[in-house]
Structures are given as C-alpha cells and as structure tokens.
Write a protein that binds this ligand. Structure first.
Ligand SMILES: Nc1ncnc2c1ncn2[C@@H]1O[C@H](COP(=O)(O)OP(=O)(O)OP(=O)(O)O)[C@@H](O)[C@H]1O
Ligand SMILES: [Mg+2]
Length: 389
C-alpha cells in the first residue's frame, strides 16, 4: 500500500472512531463480516453467515447521518437532500451502501461489508467446506484450458470472493484486465491492470461518467489475454460475451442468479437491455458459444456459503430454443446436525465435460474416473427412481 493510501486509511480510522463509535466494536471484530444499520435504533451484524441483532444504537438520526456524510467524504461523494443514495468503497477496502430518508423509512439505512485482510485461497474455501478438493481442481483445469466462466449467486453469496480465488489462479504469463464498478477484487497476478468506473460527481458536473461498458470497450484495445468483469449487471453483458467469443478465452465475471440456467437468462436480459438490434435467438447463440462453465454459489440456511453447481453450457439450444446446462458437480444435502448445520457434499454427477479430450491431450492430472459419482449417490438415485415408479 502506498504512503498516500495508508495516510488516508489512518485519517479514516480516526474519523470512524468518532462518527461510527456505536458500531466500532463490530468494525474491529474479525468475526463480523457485515454491519447493517436500519435507522439509528437498529443495528444487525452478520457473523458466520448469520444475522444477529445487537443492542448498539446511534444517538439519533442526525448522528447517523453525520456518520454517513463523513463516509461520503472519504468515498469522494456527497449525500444531501438531492443525493440520497451512497455507494462506494472505503479506504480500508470495506464496501458501503446507504440510503437516506425520505427514501429510507426507518431513518438512514447503512450497510458496511467488511473484507478480511487476508484474501481467501482455494485451500481456505476447501477448509470452510465451500468447495471440495476435486471440484477446486476441476476449476483449476477449466482456468488452465481458458474456459470462459460465470460465477452466479444471490446477494452476498460469495461471488466476488470466489472470483478473487479463481482470478488469482490464471497462468502468470497472461495479461489480465479487470473492470469493476467499484474496486473490490484483490486478484493477485504478475500482469494485472485494474479499472474502475467513474460516477457522476455533484462537485464536478463537467466530468462525464465512465461506465463498465466504456471500460470494457477500451480494454479490448489494450491487448488483454483475459478480461475479468467484477459484476455484470448492465448492457456490458453484450460486450463481455462478444469479447469472450473473439479470442479472449478464460475470461470471467459474476452475475446475480439462482441457478446456472438462470445465469444465462440473466446475461441475455442484460445483453438486450442496451436496446441492441440483434435478435434474441442470435444473442442466445452468442451466449452459448461464449460461456463454457457456470459456477453457482449459494448462502445456505445454516449461514454457510457453498458452491452448489459447476455446470457446463451446452453449445446448442434445445428444440424450443432454450439453453441446456449439464451439471458436472452438484451439491447434495444428506442431512443436518442437531445444531442445524447442513451436511452434504459437492459431488460429480457422472456427466463428463465435453472437453474431456482436451484435458487428456494436455496431460492434466484429472482422469475420467474423477467424474464418477460416489456409490451412495448412485444408490440414492436408484431409490428415487424406484419411489417415483
Ligand atoms: N466461502 C465463504 N465462506 C464464508 N464466508 C464467505 C465465503 N465467501 C464469501 N464470504 C463472506 O461473505 C460475504 C459476502 O461475500 P462476497 O462479497 O464475495 O459476496 P457477493 O456474492 O459478491 O455479494 P454481492 O452480491 O453483494 O456482490 C463477505 O463478508 C465474505 O467475506
Ligand atoms: Mg460481489
């Protein structure tokens, strides 16, 4: 970190101690991942994936708004009667979002998403039970073979964290361009360049906005080997898909969706949202040839975050023009502990990836047998078929 940055961080720490004093203990507590303030009288925190109500309170709405104004200053924005929404990243890397009254009913709503100082690696995800060792290795294979991947999941499911892990596995000799709305990713690579959008600034109305789409178009002229888009949530989906189809294999992005199939539908909707003249069926065809693998991550009801599907996108549409996805790995729940912890495994379904030959030709240490489902799963399938008959 540069001296300038750490100076800004110190200043922020000092001012946080004052304005955010009622929640400072949670901001300092490494077991808390998110602080959620719903007006001055209600503070929740997320710990171990679960929300807990706390007894913390702000003195009044004014004190809470002062804190938000102070944060806005560090983020380079302004909140006032005309600007009721704040979205940004703090000097310490935390992500903040706030909505002020009258748009927010209980008083100012503020959420602060903290990121651990340590960026997780595959080994951490394996130790936390978020992914199996074999599935992690399979994703490594996909990255090595430059498969284009989309990480799909609901809000706060762990998409960005997983993208950090996957992005950091990209072969070191490749030039990686990363485009984000607000910089969050901490991908470590030898040759990586980060880009961040520029939002409208009330103090500098003459400065034009720079969108993810603008950055993506420029990135293509900057000789990328691979492109990473932190979150695909607008019409840049069309440009990302085009980039993936034109020789930038191994590109990645995340999107909000609940299943791998829905992720493709979501990308299609986003791609169409810019008013493109390209017909729907043509966009679908571009999507299926661009995206090879969808990794689905979910926050389960016991608070854990788990990869629930690793699916391959079939490069053809079905008879009625719909997407076909094949699950190569799927999370199967087998029970619950008395404490409510979900017991289950991310297992191969028996479906071989269409690029099995590529895996073998490249002598990757991932033999066909790895895709054989465990015995218990085959028994379970047999039982289900018998019960259904
Ligand atoms: N595998 C995991 N196990 C436990 N906690 C995790 C895991 N992945 C992420 N987290 C934590 O969950 C929170 C949300 O993670 P992250 O920001 O990656 O989610 P997201 O899906 O990108 O969220 P959003 O939809 O808001 O962009 C963070 O506090 C992060 O530290
Ligand atoms: Mg995210």
């Amino acid at each position: 970190m540069s001296a300038g940055n750490s100076g800004k961080n110190d200043l922020f720490e000092d001012s946080v101690s004052g304005f955010l004093a009622p929640v400072k203990e949670f901001l300092d507590d490494p077991t808390v991942s998110e602080v959620l303030i719903n007006g001055p009288e209600e503070v929740f925190v997320e710990r171990g994936g679960k929300l807990e109500k706390t007894s913390a309170r702000f003195r009044d709405e004014q004190a809470l708004q002062s804190a938000v104004r102070n944060i806005a200053q560090f983020v380079g924005r302004k909140v006032d009667d005309r600007n009721l929404i704040l979205d940004g990243r703090l000097p310490n890397g935390s992500r903040v979002a706030a909505v002020l009254p009258p748009c927010s009913f209980k008083g100012t709503t503020l959420s602060i998403r903290k990121f651990g100082t340590k960026v997780p690696k595959f080994v951490d995800l394996i130790n936390w039970g978020s992914i199996s060792q074999d599935a992690a290795r399979f994703l490594d294979v996909c990255i090595f073979l430059a498969k284009n991947m989309i990480i799909s999941g609901g809000t706060g499911s762990g998409k960005t964290s997983l993208l950090n892990v996957l992005g950091s596995r990209i072969p070191k000799d490749q030039r990686l361009l990363i485009i984000e709305d607000a910089k969050e990713l901490k991908i470590t690579a030898d040759h990586v360049v980060f880009f961040e959008t520029r939002k409208a600034d009330v103090d500098h109305p003459d400065l034009p906005e720079v969108s993810v789409r603008d950055l993506l178009k420029s990135a293509l002229r900057l000789r990328p080997d691979r492109i990473v888009v932190g979150e695909v949530r607008g019409d840049e989906a069309l440009d990302l898909v085009a980039a993936m189809n034109t020789g930038h294999g191994g590109s990645m992005g995340t999107t909000h969706a609940n299943t791998p199939f829905d992720a493709l539908v979501r990308l299609e909707t986003l791609a169409m949202s810019g008013g493109t003249k390209i017909p729907e069926q043509a966009i679908r065809r571009q999507i299926i040839s661009a995206i090879h693998v969808v990794v689905q991550i979910k926050r389960l009801d016991d608070g854990s975050r788990k990869v629930t599907h690793i699916s391959e996108v079939h490069p053809e549409l079905d008879g009625s023009g719909k997407y076909i996805v094949h699950d190569i790995y799927r999370f199967v729940q087998r029970g619950k502990t008395p404490e409510g912890k979900i017991i289950g495994e991310l297992i191969p379904t028996g479906q071989l990836p269409s690029f099995m030959e590529e895996i073998e030709v490249n002598r990757m240490p991932f033999p066909k047998e790895k895709f054989t489902p465990p015995e218990w799963y085959l028994e379970l399938q047999k039982k289900r078929m018998k019960d259904a008959a």
